[in-house]
Write a protein that binds this ligand. Structure first.
Ligand SMILES: NC(=O)c1ccc[n+]([C@@H]2O[C@H](COP(=O)([O-])OP(=O)(O)OC[C@H]3O[C@@H](n4cnc5c(N)ncnc54)[C@H](O)[C@@H]3O)[C@@H](O)[C@H]2O)c1
Length: 375
């Protein structure tokens, strides 16, 4: 089999390449984006030994038709991934994520033999705040109001001002992204859907929750909250939790994500679907910090600042029933086991200063996207 993996030099890509069948031919297209590759801007020797590596932005791939001719499965991972950053570097996100996907599709459209399947790495960001219930009906949040957040009202409210209960994100729920990043991921989905349907190509759209694990770029302050927390705890630096620390996320281990992608890629029967990839478990930020501190063997010290990022969602958790229905049982790594593997890897890395993280916060403050609860 022949695979094309865009963004294959990134965090998830590195894990994926290790799990693809050993006898498969692999082509990687990756721009080695500065932010995603702060420590080294070269393809690693392991990657070069495993795949034909092309350093290119997916927006400018028209010359590579011959190299990717004969591809059976395209796995499109290349994206700009900073949710907060996307709110002010808007055109960069639109160009690289949406136009990049459009250009990739144009390249595919010129191939003599079309791929059998395309796998798109989408995101839970397409759901935005997601669906909520008062116990009777399902509601879709219009996005939390800045005035409410400034008063420390963190939960999503109904029209009478009563807090609603968040529901696990289901693939059939409405998509209402609250960030530019989320919007560009939705555009990627829709571009792919239109093109693949017209060409009878199987499209599997995987909506990842928060992916974490070894090999995540530590120097990138715009993504990877677990790396940010671990850095602070390991180096005894101040650790700030936004809102009231009770924001929840579904943290899914990168090895499980890579296995799910491979399972979809190798699935023999036709498979065209949108599928969530998470654990189905909600974890608060406080719980994450306490688990990391327990593994590191230090007391969990953090401040709850009441600051908040405009566009952040309050709760996110995947409904994994469609995955299980289509692909079989799903037994994700527990947070504690995944974090233990992460910590083991982290301790072998060069410690990083907090400067780039502080700079990213200042940037968000300047652009009015990092605000504080009043009073
Ligand atoms: N990590 C997560 O928590 C998470 C969650 C949801 C969705 N995703 C999606 O999964 C995919 C992979 O994410 P990741 O965590 O490995 O990120 P990453 O930044 O580590 O990897 C992305 C790779 O794509 C490359 N890239 C970026 N823009 C490119 C462009 N225009 N042309 C060519 N290459 C480009 C980067 O150099 C990088 O190697 C992305 O599509 C992301 O949106 C990730």
């Amino acid at each position: 089999m022949k695979f094309l993996v865009t963004g294959g030099a990134g965090f998830i890509g590195k894990w994926l390449l290790e799990k693809l069948p050993i006898d498969a031919e692999v082509v990687v297209i990756d721009s080695l984006d500065e932010q995603a590759h702060c420590t080294s801007r070269d393809f690693s020797p392991e990657l070069k030994a495993r795949a034909t590596c092309i350093r290119a932005d997916v927006q400018f791939v028209e010359d590579y038709k011959e190299v990717i001719e004969g591809t059976d499965v395209v796995i499109h991972l290349a994206s700009q991934t900073g949710t907060g950053q996307s709110m002010y570097e808007i055109s960069r996100y639109v160009q690289q994520n949406a136009n990049g996907t459009a250009k990739l599709l144009e390249l595919i459209s010129r191939l003599e033999h079309k791929p059998r399947r395309v796998i798109l790495s989408s995101s839970r960001a397409v759901y935005g705040d997601g669906a909520y219930t008062d116990g009777q009906q399902v509601y879709y949040s219009r996005g939390r109001r800045i005035e409410d957040l400034q008063q420390g009202i963190w939960e999503v409210l109904d029209d009478q001002g009563q807090p609603l209960k968040s529901l696990p994100m289901h693939e059939d729920h409405l998509t209402k992204p609250t960030s530019v990043y989320g919007l560009t991921k939705l555009w990627q989905e829709q571009l792919m859907q239109n093109y693949c349907t017209s060409q009878n190509i199987n499209l599997v759209t995987l909506r990842f929750q928060n992916v974490y694990g070894p090999k995540q770029e530590l120097g990138n302050p715009y993504t990877g909250i677990i790396g940010i927390f671990t850095n602070a705890i390991a180096q005894d630096n101040p650790l700030e939790l936004f809102e009231d620390g009770l924001v929840t996320r579904d943290f899914v281990f990168v090895g499980d994500v890579a296995e799910a992608v491979v399972k979809c890629a190798l699935h023999e029967a036709p498979l065209s679907s949108i599928i969530n990839i998470g654990t189905g478990q909600a974890t608060t930020l406080i719980d994450v910090v306490e688990t990391i501190a327990e593994i590191v063997g230090k007391p969990a010290q953090y401040s709850i600042s009441g600051r908040f990022r405009v566009g952040d969602v309050r709760h996110a958790i995947a409904d994994m029933s469609r995955y299980e229905m289509l692909l079989g049982s799903w037994s994700p790594t527990s947070l504690k086991d995944g974090l233990s593997q992460y910590l083991q890897w982290y301790l072998g890395q060069k410690p990083l200063s907090q400067e780039s993280l502080q700079a990213s916060f200042e940037e968000m403050e300047r652009t009015g996207l990092l605000l504080s609860k009043r009073g």
